[in-house]
Design a binder for this molecule. Sequence first.
Ligand code: KET
Length: 418
Amino acid sequence: MQNFSRVMMAVAVDISRFEGVPMAPPDPILGVSEAFRADKNDLKLNLGVGAYRTEELQPYVLNVVKKAENLMLEKGENKEYLPIEGLAAFNKATAELLFGADNPVIKQGRVATLQSLSGTGSLRLAAAFIQRYFPEAKVLISSPTWGNHKNIFNDARVPWSEYRYYDPKTVGLDFEGMIADIQAAPDGSFVLLHGCAHNPTGIDPTPEQWEKIADVIQEKKHMPFFDVAYQGFASGSLDEDASSVRLFVERGLEVFVAQSYSKNLGLYAERIGAINVVCSAPEVANRVKSQLKRLARPMYSNPPIHGARIVANVVGDPVMFGEWKQEMEEMAGRIKNVRQKLYDSLSAKDKSGKDWSFILRQIGMFSYTGLNKTQSDNMTDKWHIYMTKDGRISLAGLSLAKCEYLADAIIDSFHNIS
Ligand code: KET
């Protein structure tokens, strides 16, 4: 026996125990930023990740965030652990921002809110909850959707399938396909919806279409599950961008909502967001919250405090709240300006007669260009423009000065590469 273990040890020194671990592929979105950093060409442009940049293409820390941080520093706050559910002032502020402070579900204490690790962590926590308490249920996700949705449900071992969403023919919403697929799913499925500024297409249902979507979900006893990563960023108005969620809540439905402050407060690396579960009664919300805490504790114990304090300070102070809304409007406005300029440049330069107006109809941070993988590769290999391979470009990473160059690259890739 002793000899045998000596041999095993010798083998272990020569050959790694990790021989069976293959190299993972780069992430389709965050991997683009890695490739961008490695490119030494001066013309390079990163339109991959959805992160806001200034007209000078620099990262932007909101003034109101700096103000809140200074205030926090002056107060000399401590670094004790937060409770598992997060900072109470944050949880109150975030639910009120989402549903509206006067919403009966808030007044009646029917929302289970847990601060979690931004949008992704909140979605992941909800996925773990679904896996544990609805093991038979599947999640319906839009085709296409944000790339990480599939990873999240795969890792949580929650089965999913897709519903039709994007129609390449009209470069718009395949509303009939969407309704038919939601209708055809087994009763009690979870339907993942983008609250506003659908990623990657930038195409949202109209208010009338939202009503019809809610009709089918209600009829089929499905569970609506919103991913709200861009509140305030689509229209510039926090309330308008929450109207889809509020419509479902007004109908008395139970609803899941994951929230993120990465984009609208520019708190990407602070990992601040929340999972909210609207329940039929306060007592139900208490039970749901207790189980979400039970899931969070062994995963990451409790959430980080810095971003939570920033959000609580900004939302809780009328002056700072007003300043935030102004800065958000400015960010949303800059994106709208480059969207217009890109459309103008494409229309002026492209002599083929192609209609580029779909770019103006899309909203939020992104434009879904319709470029295929080979064409997207050409954008990067020839033009040093970094973007995801599904043809999505982040307009938040584009400046007015770069619109003409981008238009040249798109026209070349679209017409000369098949
Ligand atoms: N939902 C959607 C729809 C989304 O686009 C993102 C981020 C998130 C959730 C999560 O963000 P978080 O920072 O965890 O709160 N999207 C951008 C970044 C990424 O892929 O992580 C993106 O699509 O570029």
